[in-house]
Design a protein around this ligand. Structure first.
Ligand SMILES: [Zn+2]
Length: 603
């Protein structure tokens, strides 16, 4: 229990119909030269400047019931006029909350959700101090069934402390902690399970028919496996999956002892579902991903994030390790914990490989560069993104896979990427010392050397080249000792135009035009709407079928609208690229191969 903190906040879902949270921040001993307040420009885990201050609608300051002048310093900072020593200063402001994502805040008559980075102004000079947050209930009888779900701590012994899952007083040891526990309020579904002795909870907001028992059983297996991978005790004493269920949505954001998730209703399991669906595997993969971040990025961090600077971009070339390795382990944890079958895992892995092969940007940008430029490229993708960007998630996951397979093969199964993760946990996660920008190379080399004398330098070098280079990884070669066959084939028959259509089944609108493809060579552009191929009408639904009947090298006349002008193009069709990867168990799998595979996949 902290002493009465000198900083305290209140937040109230004051006007759900207007999507307005009323927030106040009281400072018991404000800076005598004028207290400065600042709202973050970004939220950790989502590497883009979002300028949350743009959602502050009105703001005023007062002291002893009298208004205090307030001056705007820059886009997200304010300074209140000096007040008499020993007098408390209170800032009151309205926050517009209508962003249905895991990154900001959302409020209507059905529920409220917020990340602290969207609603709590930091008090300059006091961000290291403990603070109270009073989460106030909504008004009106329709809203009296609301509960609160968050991993913010409750001040034990304080008469105003919130009851379990209730409105009232919560606290955080510092500002960094305050904004790392998202809060959900509403009439949600709530379930509990245990993993390695640690209580876990899942909260589902929105209409759903989820089979909670099945979900909890599967999540318990995945969480237990991850805790055991890094070693007990778990780094948290409780964990919360906050889930917003919608018709069509997907997203997740990691926090120190919880995660905020957005999922499609159809991806949740339902009573009587029987066989696992692809959508459910996607949801389990998302939960597994965010949970793995509890170690990898929330505690094992790049030095560039220790501490975070929430006012501007925090550059690191390491997101391939923090997002890529996490992406590798998210699905791997599902198969290793027995929640999905080996064949399903190989299909997921093949999909990641296909995703990388389908972006020409992989030949131009390294994952180190992609990490560094996440702020302006990966998070701000436009129609040219596939031609210019490599995903540090997908290619980072393949680098993790390649490392894991090489470590296992070189050491006859004695060493693996698991050892790398455990070493990172011991040296960085448990000590709080950030990982240096070149810190991974030597650490991987150290694990490799322990597995096979002389392998350390080679693997360390290999990793540096893979991370800083743009060549395709020889994955087929790495998979061979595990008795897994790699095959890349064309996704479609016939001929290719080298385009991706915009979502929807109506007009054939080009979302992307791939570098060097038939469409780009004849002058078609993203945004163009194809209307006819050789004089025959074409739609989004018919394009693939029309191309399937053609041959590479054939010429076709294409009519398309650009803006509102009809244009004609002559395209020479190309062969469809062999960019769909299929992984399968080889025909002849020797005993050593089988042993390596069992170590890797658990079966
Ligand atoms: Zn992630």
């Amino acid at each position: 229990m902290p002493h009465q903190p000198r900083v305290s906040y209140t937040i109230s879902p004051a006007r759900p119909e207007a999507h307005i949270f009323d927030v106040s921040c009281t400072v018991a001993d404000p800076d005598p030269s004028g207290q400065v307040f600042r709202l973050p420009a970004w939220i950790p885990g989502s590497y883009m400047i979002r300028e949350f201050a743009r959602n502050i609608v009105t703001l005023k300051a007062e002291c002893d019931g009298r208004p205090v002048g307030i001056e705007k310093l820059d886009k997200h900072s304010w300074r209140a006029a000096p007040v008499a020593r020993g007098r408390a200063l209170t800032l009151s402001y309205e926050v517009y909350a209508w962003d249905l994502s895991v990154r900001a805040a959302h409020l209507d008559a059905t529920h409220g959700f917020f990340n602290g980075t969207s609603v709590f102004l930091a008090v300059e000079g006091k961000t290291g101090e403990p603070c109270y947050v009073d989460i106030l209930p909504p008004a009106g009888p329709a809203l009296q069934t609301w509960k609160v779900a968050t991993t913010l701590k409750r001040p034990a012994g304080d008469p105003l402390a919130a009851p379990a899952m209730g409105f009232g007083l919560y606290y955080a040891d510092n500002y960094d902690e305050l904004v790392d526990h998202p809060v959900e309020m509403g009439s949600f579904t709530h379930a509990r399970f245990e993993a390695a002795g640690v209580p876990h909870e899942i909260v589902l907001t929105g209409r759903h028919d989820c089979d909670l028992e099945r979900l909890c059983t599967d999540l318990a297996s995945v969480c237990t496996w991850q805790i055991e991978l890094f070693g007990t005790p778990a780094p948290v004493d409780r964990y919360l999956f906050l889930t917003m269920v919608v018709g069509d949505g997907y997203g997740g954001l990691e926090h120190r002892s919880s995660t905020a998730l957005l999922t499609s209703r159809g991806d949740l399991p339902y009573a009587g579902m029987g066989e696992q669906t692809e959508g459910y595997r996607t949801f389990l993969g998302l939960c597994s991903h965010e949970y793995f971040h509890t170690w990898n990025v929330k505690r094992i961090k790049p030095a560039a994030f220790t501490p975070y600077d929430l006012a501007s971009e925090n550059y690191t070339r390491l997101l391939w390790a923090f997002e890529g390795f996490t992406s590798y382990y998210d699905d791997l944890a599902l198969v290793r914990s027995g929640v999905i079958a080996v064949e399903d895992y190989l299909a997921l892995l093949g999909k990641t490989m296909s995703n990388v092969l389908r972006s020409g940007g992989r030949l131009k940008q390294s994952v180190a560069e992609s990490s560094f430029d996440a702020w302006i490229k990966y998070y701000r993708q436009d129609e040219n993104a596939p031609n210019a960007i490599v995903s540090y998630y997908a290619k980072g996951a393949l680098i993790a896979l390649a490392l894991d397979l090489q470590l296992r093969a070189a050491s006859a199964g004695r060493k693996s990427l698991d050892d790398v993760m455990r070493l990172l946990w011991q040296r960085h996660g448990q000590t709080g010392e950030g990982v240096a920008e070149d810190g991974l190379f030597a650490l991987v080399g150290e694990v490799a050397e322990a597995g096979l004398k002389g392998a350390g330098r080679r693997l360390s070098r290999w990793l540096k080249d893979a991370v800083e280079g743009t060549e395709d990884l020889p994955l087929d070669e790495f998979l061979r000792p595990f008795g897994i066959e790699y095959r890349a084939e064309a996704a479609a028959k016939g001929a290719s135009l080298g385009v991706k259509l915009a979502a929807g089944n109506g007009e054939a609108k080009l979302a992307n035009v791939f570098d060097g493809g038939a469409a780009q060579r004849c002058g078609l552009s993203a945004g163009d709407v194809l209307v006819a191929l050789d004089g025959l009408k074409v739609t989004a639904a018919s394009l693939d079928g029309q191309l399937a009947r053609r041959k590479p090298g054939e010429q076709v006349t294409i009519h398309a609208f650009r803006r509102d002008e009809l244009m004609q193009f002559t395209a020479e069709l190309a062969a469809p690229p062999a960019d769909t990867v299929k992984l399968a168990s080889g025909k002849r799998v020797s005993a050593p191969m089988r042993a390596l595979r069992k170590g890797w996949l658990g079966a």
